[in-house]
Design a protein. Structure first.
Length: 107
């Protein structure tokens, strides 16, 4: 087994572990914002590690750039979706969050 094979196995396995951790965070954390944080952070890192494992196995630079572009777009999409879900959860009084204190008007 070569060094590239070991690197691919290690990064692919680590990526799968981060995907599992993100899923557990989604299921276990109490409120929407904690769940979003766990899911987006862990899944983005997991996807990056899996992408590195795949890139190490291929010999074509053009395909490697494509995979990195997909990873970058997934990061942007996850951040945008998490922001939209978090903002939608605020006015509805998502469980586990204290209501925001009312601000006094500045004089």
């Amino acid at each position: 087994m070569s060094g590239v094979d070991l690197f691919s196995i290690a990064t692919g396995t680590a990526g799968a572990v981060f995907f599992l951790a993100g899923t557990l965070g989604l299921l276990r954390f109490p409120d929407v914002h904690s769940r979003l944080h766990a899911l987006t952070k862990a899944d983005n890192l997991g996807l990056g590690l899996v992408a590195l494992a795949v890139i190490a196995r291929m010999g074509d630079v053009f395909l490697a750039v494509k995979i990195l572009a997909v990873w970058a777009l997934a990061i942007l999409a996850a951040a945008t979706a998490a922001q939209l879900v978090a903002r939608a959860a605020l006015p509805r009084g998502a469980p586990g969050r204290a209501p925001a204190p009312e601000r006094e008007e500045a004089r």
